[in-house]
Every structure is written in structure tokens, then in C-alpha cells.
Design a protein. Structure first.
Length: 270
């Protein structure tokens, strides 16, 4: 579904050029959940922006669904750290915003009209536990509820790919755990391909089919680790704690290693 080959990204800074990413070769299968972890500034968010078509790579190529990415795509959604809801619009209206912007062009619901999207919006809000809040304004919701609305907005047009940039980072631990479990359930129901950026190693393990570890800037692929824990997963389940702890220790070790000890040519995909 997603293919990055030899991707590099260089930005012009005030004191010269800054290499954010270098020699990224990453293939994400259809329906796969991949998490990206690495130190701050290693290029995780830049990688999402490249897949989304918000920026073009300095070198290499990016493809989604077999097509070169030349700009934003209607079948790719992007969820940010903060909900970014329009304060004057109701919950339902915020969820419907992507449909209003492009009229549903190119979507499988296009022929069914706006009513079909409204029905879908109600389904999504019920799915995340927000049934009955459709007419509420964002300031009437908690932070976790606002992120649930943002999640529904990302799903309203049935995207093939969801890109998520630390969407739960500002939430308290309990709400973060609840939304992680909710996202797993939604993923299992919809089979959407997801690339998820996080600074939490435990969150990366609980959510992912594979965890991609990036080196400090310039971001390179240090290692790709398979996660074989049965779903659904939760840190609150004793059955998963030992496995999560073992993988967590391994990922902590990879993040702590010096870049010089693990050149890009030695990346092992397991």
C-alpha cells in the first residue's frame, strides 16, 4: 500500500541545509499497522508528510496504492497531535467537514449523496462512544472526547491510509490507554492501513504489527521489529505484560545505541 524507496529529505535552514531523512526504504502492506519511533528531530513527522503528499522528497520515490505521490490524496487522511476542531461547529459538523470541502469526489459513497455521509458520521460517533453528543460544541467535550471526534473525521471518507502524528500524546494515561484500545478495535473492523508516530515505546508495541526504529537525525531505518502479540492488546492485561516488557527492552536498547554502531546498510527487518 505504501512504498518508500531511497527517500531522503533536506531542508534549507537559517544556517545551511539540514538533512532530516536519509536512505529510507519502507514498504507497508495493505491493512498493516506500522508505528514509527525515534528521538525527537529524527524525521518521523517528516516521513508522514511525505506519504501524505504535503511535501516532496529531495531524493527517492514515494508511492501509495501503486501510484507516485505528487500531492495530497483523497484516500489518505492525516490525524494530528491536537484535535484541531472548529470551535463554532458541532461535533457532527466537524466530522462532516472533509466531505463539505471536496464534496465526496472520488469516494465510494459519492453516488449515495450527503445523507449517506451523515449516516456514516453517526455510525462512527457511536463506534467511539459519542452517540448523543452530535450537537455539542468542542469546548463542551473533554480532551479525549475531542480526539475521538478527530478520529471520526479522519475516517469519514473511508481512507485507504491513515497517518497519525502522536494523536494521543496530550492525553492523560488512562484516556490514552482507552483510545489505544479503541483504535485497535476500529482497525480490526475497517482494515485500514495505518502509520502511527509515537514517543511511547509501550504504545508502539500495543498498536503495531511492526515497529520501525529511526536513528537520530538524519533519520535512517535502524531496525524493523515484528510484534506477534495476539490482538486485542492492552497494558492492563497480565497475559501481555511479559511480552511487552521484553520487546520494550529491546526497543529501548536500539534507541540508546549510537548511530555509528549501526550504519544504514546493517538494517535488519524481522
Amino acid at each position: 500500500m505504501i512504498q518508500l524507496d531511497g527517500v531522503g529529505q533536506v531542508f534549507d535552514g537559517r544556517e545551511g541545509q539540514v538533512t532530516a531523512l536519509e536512505k529510507i526504504d519502507l514498504h507497508v502492506r495493505d491493512g498493516e499497522f506500522v508505528t514509527l519511533i525515534g528521538r525527537s528531530g529524527c524525521g518521523k513527522s517528516t516521513l508522514l508528510r511525505l506519504i501524505a503528499g504535503l511535501i516532496s522528497p529531495t531524493s527517492g520515490s514515494v508511492q501509495v496504492a501503486g501510484e507516485p505521490v505528487t500531492g495530497p490524496r483523497r484516500d489518505v487522511s492525516f490525524m494530528f497531535q491536537r484535535p484541531a476542531l472548529l470551535p463554532w461547529r458541532s461535533v457532527l459538523s466537524n466530522v462532516m467537514l472533509p466531505v463539505e470541502i471536496d464534496g465526496g469526489a472520488g469516494d465510494r459513497r459519492e453516488s449515495r449523496g450527503r445523507a449517506a455521509y451523515r449516516d456514516r458520521a453517526h455510525e462512527l460517533l457511536e463506534m467511539v462512544g459519542l452517540q448523543g453528543f452530535e450537537r455539542r460544541l468542542p469546548h463542551e467535550l473533554s480532551g479525549g472526547m475531542q480526539q475521538r471526534v478527530s478520529l471520526c473525521r479522519s475516517l469519514i471518507r473511508d481512507p485507504q491510509v491513515m497517518l497519525m502524528d502522536e494523536p494521543f500524546s496530550a492525553l492523560d494515561a488512562l484516556t490514552r490507554t482507552e483510545l489505544s484500545e479503541e483504535l485497535q478495535r476500529i482497525k480490526m473492523e475497517l482494515s485500514t492501513t495505518i502509520v502511527f508516530v509515537t514517543h511511547s515505546i509501550e504504545e508502539a508495541i500495543v498498536l503495531a504489527d511492526r515497529v520501525v526504529v529511526l536513528t537520530p537525525r538524519p533519520g535512517r531505518m535502524r531496525e524493523v521489529v515484528d510484534i506477534d502479540i495476539p490482538r486485542p492488546r492492552s497494558l492492563g492485561q497480565d497475559a501481555h505484560l511479559t511480552e511487552v516488557a521484553q520487546i520494550s527492552g529491546r526497543l529501548h536498547g536500539l534507541l540508546a545505541e549510537k548511530t555509528a554502531q549501526r550504519p544504514v546498510d546493517e538494517v535488519r527487518q524481522r
